[in-house]
Write a protein that binds this ligand. Structure first.
Ligand code: ATP
Length: 151
């Protein structure tokens, strides 16, 4: 079942705005993009990734969320300006229970399961999820799903 993703992304951001009224969620959505996914699963993936963007931030309380057609895929990106992830740790963050630098994370709660759940959900729909990051600058999570683009 293909669904339009923009209403789901808008709704997810509205939820995050209620939880984090002091944050700015900057949305840049291409209209009418369709992905074959259960809408609740898409929302769950987005909540995990956006919640991380908020959790692992210090200064700039702004998250940029974008969707677009890229090649023959639908791309969804979530970019923060938070604490970032050291490059040698990036390869592990999707593993179950993995948390970067336990000392750093001690006061930020979490189990290390969020991203592994997100990856399982994305892969269930033949999608891919990856992360790029620069320490003390920010992190970008990129997802792609097979697409039919209706515009
Ligand atoms: P939870 O399961 O409660 O979400 P968690 O946030 O520790 O706990 P994951 O979402 O799997 O678990 O993230 C794994 C680790 O990756 C985190 O502990 C954190 O160190 C790092 N991380 C994830 N997202 C970001 C981000 N946007 N910026 C910086 N570090 C991040």
């Amino acid at each position: 079942e293909y669904i339009r993703i923009d209403p789901i992304l808008n709704q997810t951001v509205k939820r995050m705005e209620i939880l984090h009224p002091e944050w700015v969620f900057d949305l840049q959505l291409e209209q009418g993009l369709m992905v074959k996914i259960n809408p609740l699963h898409l929302e769950q993936i987005m909540l995990i990734v956006i919640e991380n963007a908020v959790k692992y931030s210090d200064g700039d309380q702004r998250v940029h969320i974008a969707s677009r057609v890229m090649h023959d895929n639908i791309s969804i990106t979530v970019q923060d300006h938070g604490i970032g992830i050291p490059s040698e740790e990036l390869q592990h963050v999707f593993d179950r229970f993995y948390r970067v630098d336990k000392a750093r994370n001690r006061e930020i709660g979490g189990t290390g399961l969020g991203l592994s759940i997100a990856r399982n959900l994305v892969q269930h729909y033949q999608g891919e999820i990856s992360m790029t990051s620069v320490e003390n600058e920010g992190t970008r999570v990129s997802m792609t799903f097979p697409a039919v683009a209706v515009r």
